[in-house]
Design a protein around this ligand. Structure first.
Ligand code: ZN
Ligand code: ZN
Length: 241
């Protein structure tokens, strides 16, 4: 591992490492798993139906999926273009890139703190997006999929993509001065997690159930790890009076 890392460091500039490495993590932990999840519907329909959390009539059509793919590709281009322009403007990488890999204790500390910071940033920005004003103008688009599919994780208005999806993940490791490898591991985990919780499948002990319920019923489960939903009592449906 150390050898591979020192080879990368000596072969590429910090700028190339940050931009291309981050793009590769996005492909490996979001695009490929999302396409695998969606392919299950076509390759193994019986298996797929058996494991879907919501019934077949509620599932999106092929046309919906194509539309989703188009928007998610646009959003990927948007975040990559923003990343590139920030790198060009700053002239220095956003994350620490050194010859040595981060020690395990630092890696564990930074990932734990990043998970908590991301929970706060995502929970409160998501609740804000559910305000009457922002819901109809911005967040309604993400809720088009009442029975979500993995790719729909990034089916969102461009402002939501930047402020509620990209920043809550990219900002915490930057604020903590984390090593780029720590950022990649955190990003990889978060993207695989968001693809899984939008997949609509009951895999991994029903990990998707919480966010699937958010898409189905709207006013519960705003967060990612469930901590702030528990603290604010939004982990269950509020009674409508
Ligand atoms: Zn929502
Ligand atoms: Zn969602």
């Amino acid at each position: 591992m150390e050898q591979l890392w020192s080879h990368i460091i000596s072969s590429y500039s910090p700028f190339q490492i940050e931009f291309i490495g981050t793009l590769l993590v996005q492909i490996l932990s979001f695009w490929i798993p999302s396409i695998c999840y969606i392919s299950l519907d076509y390759l193994f329909p019986c298996f797929s139906q058996h494991h879907k959390l919501q019934s077949a009539p509620k599932q999106p059509t092929r046309k919906d999926i194509e539309q989703c793919l188009k928007v998610v590709l646009q959003n990927q281009l948007l975040t990559s273009a923003l990343h590139l322009s920030l790198l060009l403007q700053q002239g220095t990488p956003g994350y620490r890139i050194t010859l040595t890999l981060p020690p395990l204790a630092e890696l564990t500390r930074d990932i734990t703190l990043s998970l908590l910071l991301r929970e706060a940033l995502f929970y409160y920005s998501h609740r804000l997006l559910h305000s009457r004003y922002l819901y109809s103008r911005i967040h309604k688009q993400h809720h088009r999929f009442t029975a979500p599919i993995a790719l729909a994780a990034q089916y969102a208005h461009p402002l939501e993509q930047v402020f509620a999806n990209a920043l809550p993940i990219s900002l915490p490791p930057q604020l903590l001065g984390s090593h780029i490898v720590t950022f990649w591991l955190f990003l990889g985990y978060e993207l695989l997690n968001t693809a899984t919780v939008h997949s609509g499948y009951d895999f991994l002990g029903g990990k998707a159930r919480m966010h699937d319920a958010h898409h189905e019923k709207f006013n519960l489960n705003y967060g990612s790890i469930g901590l702030l939903d528990w603290a604010h009592g939004t982990d269950r449906l509020r009674k409508r009076d």
